[in-house]
Design a protein around this ligand. Structure first.
Ligand code: NAD
Length: 436
C-alpha cells in the first residue's frame, strides 16, 4: 500500500519507517528543507535507538522516500498521516495551525478516495475541523480518522511495532477496513485495535497523558510528604506499586516531568475543559505542582551554600528530558541550569545524546564535556537531571577525585542512600532522608 506521512519529526519518522518496514511504500513530507536534505542523504535528524537500522534498510530497498512537496508526496497514497506539531498556543490550547493548514491544502490535491489520519495529539473536534477544511476543495470522497499515537521516545520502535493497543476513531466502515489492514502486522500477538468514534479517540490520548502526568505528580507529592515525616519514597513506591490496581510503572519520584507531550497535553486538556465550562481542577494542581517540583533541588542547593552561588561551579549530568532521547523540550535540566546561571554559578555538563540541542540554547554560556567525569572535574557539586544508565554505577573513586566536594544533588534517585553514606557523600535526593 502507498502511504504518505506529513511531518517528519519523532512521530512522523517512526511512523513512516515502521510502515515501510511492514512492506508499504512510504513517502515522508516535511517543510523543513534542511531536514529533508539530511533524510535524503540518509542522515538521521533525531536520536531514537534502533531507528537508523530500519531507516537505512527501507531507503535501500526503495520503500522509504522523502520530499518537501506535499503534492508530490501524496501522489497515489491511499492513506495520508498528519504527524504535525500541536504546540501550546498563547492561551494553552493546542495550536492547530499546522494541521488545519495542511488540511486546507490537501482537498484539491486528492484524486481518488483517501483516508486522512490525524496522528498528532489534537483536541476533541479536530477530526471534524480537518474534514471541513479538506471538504472545501475536495473533488473526491475521503475519510478523516483519528489515530492517536502512544509511542514513547527512547523506546519508540518497540512501542510502534508492538503497541499495547491501537486506537482508531472513525465512523466509516471503509476507512476502518483500510486501517485494520495497515495495522494487522503490528497486532499479531493479539493486542487490540480499539475502534471508537473520533471524539473519544481524540480524548483518549489526552486522558492517557494527563493520567500519567498525574500519577507522576502524585508520587512527587508523596515524596515531599516523605521528606517532612521521615519516610522513604522508594519503600512507599514498592509498597503501593505491588498492588495490581496501581501497578509498578510511573511511580518514580523525581524533579518533575518534562518532554514534548505531558506538559502541553495536560495544559491543552485543562483548556479544552474550560471551553466547555468545566473546571478540571486536578490538572491545574498537576501543572503547578510540577513547576514547583522542578525547582526542588535549586532550593536545597541555595540553602547548602547559604544563598550564595556566585563563583561556584556545578556539574550537571543529563540534559534530555528522559534517557535514550536527544529531546530537551520542557526538560527540567534547562530550568535548573537557567536558575544556577542567574545565581552567578558556572555549569559543566555531559549528556550522551542531547548536548547538540542544548548548545542551541546556551551556546558558550555553559561548558559541554566529553564524559561525566570530565564534567565533574573541579566542580563544587554534582547535579543529576536525567537517569541515563551510564550514570547509575559510576566509578566513585574517579568521581571523588574529580569533585571538589563529595556533594551530590540527585533529581532521579539513582543511588542507594546507605551506599552514599558509606562512601562519605553528602547526598540529597527526592523523598528520602538527606545523607550528611
Ligand atoms: P516534531 O516537532 O518532532 O515534528 C513535527 C514535524 O512537522 C517537524 O519536522 C516540522 O518541520 C514538520 N512540519 C511542520 N509544519 C509542516 C507542514 N506544513 N508540512 C510538513 N511538515 C511540517 O513533533 P513530534 O514530536 O513528532 O509530534 C508530532 C505530534 O505527535 C504532536 O501532536 C505530538 O503531541 C504528538 N505525539 C508526540 C509524541 C512524542 O513522543 N514526540 C508521542 C505521541 C504523540
Amino acid at each position: 500500500m502507498k502511504i504518505a506521512v506529513v511531518g517528519t519529526g519523532y512521530v512522523g519518522l517512526v511512523t513512516g519507517t515502521c510502515f515501510a518496514e511492514t512492506g508499504n511504500h512510504v513517502t515522508c513530507i516535511d517543510i523543513d528543507k534542511k531536514k529533508v536534505e539530511k533524510l535524503k542523504n540518509k542522515i538521521m535528524p533525531i536520536y531514537e535507538p534502533g531507528l537508523d537500522l530500519l531507516f537505512e534498510r527501507n531507503i535501500k530497498q526503495g520503500r522509504l522516500e522523502f520530499t518537501t512537496s506535499l503534492s508530490e508526496g501524496i501522489k497515489g497514497a491511499k492513506i495520508i498521516f498528519l504527524a504535525l506539531p500541536t504546540p501550546p498556543g498563547e492561551d494553552g490550547s493546542a495550536d492547530l495551525k499546522y494541521i488545519l493548514g495542511v488540511a486546507n491544502e490537501l482537498g484539491p490535491l486528492l484524486d481518488e478516495y483517501t483516508v486522512i489520519v490525524d496522528k498528532s495529539t489534537v483536541p476533541v473536534g479536530t477530526a471534524e475541523k480537518v474534514r471541513a477544511n479538506i471538504q472545501k476543495g475536495a473533488k473526491v470522497e475521503f475519510d478523516v480518522v483519528s489515530n492517536p499515537e502512544f509511542l514513547r521516545e527512547g523506546v519508540a520502535l518497540d512501542d510502534f511495532m508492538k503497541p499495547d493497543r491501537v486506537v482508531i476513531g472513525t465512523s466509516s466502515e471503509r476507512a476502518k477496513k483500510i486501517m485494520d489492514n495497515l495495522y494487522a502486522p503490528l497486532v499479531r500477538q493479539g493486542n487490540p485495535i480499539i475502534v471508537m468514534d473520533e471524539k473519544s479517540a481524540e480524548l483518549t490520548k489526552y486522558a492517557a497523558n494527563s493520567f500519567l502526568a498525574t500519577k507522576i505528580t502524585f508520587m512527587n507529592e508523596i515524596a515531599n510528604m516523605c521528606e517532612l515525616v521521615g519516610a522513604d519514597v522508594d519503600m512507599v513506591r514498592k509498597g503501593v506499586g505491588t498492588d495490581s490496581r496501581i501497578g509498578k510503572r510511573f511511580l518514580f519520584a523525581g524533579i518533575g516531568y518534562g518532554g514534548s507531550c505531558f506538559p502541553k497535553d495536560v495544559q491543552a486538556l485543562a483548556k479544552s475543559a474550560k471551553e466547555v465550562n468545566y473546571d478540571f481542577e486536578i490538572l491545574t494542581a498537576v501543572m503547578s505542582k510540577n513547576e514547583s517540583q522542578k525547582m526542588k533541588l535549586i532550593d536545597r542547593i541555595k540553602t547548602h551554600f547559604n544563598g550564595d552561588l556566585s563563583g561556584k561551579t556545578f556539574a550537571v549530568w543529563g540534559l534530555a528530558f528522559k534517557p535514550y532521547t536527544d529531546d530537551i523540550r520542557e526538560a527540567p535540566s534547562l530550568v535548573n541550569i537557567k536558575e544556577l546561571l542567574a545565581a552567578g554559578a558556572k555549569i559543566k555538563t555531559y549528556d550522551p545524546e542531547a548536548m547538540e540541542n542544548v548548545k542551541e540554547i546556551f551556546g558558550n554560556e555553559i561548558e559541554f564535556c566529553k564524559d561525566e567525569y570530565d564534567a565533574a572535574q573541579g566542580t563544587d557539586a554534582l547535579l543529576i537531571m536525567t537517569e541515563w544508565p551510564v550514570f547509575r554505577t559510576p566509578d566513585f573513586g574517579k568521581l571523588d577525585s574529580a569533585l571538589k566536594n563529595k556533594l551530590i544533588f540527585d533529581g532521579r534517585n539513582l543511588y542507594n542512600t546507605e551506599t552514599m553514606a558509606e562512601l562519605g557523600y553528602t547526598y540529597h535526593s527526592i523523598g528520602r532522608a538527606t545523607v550528611n
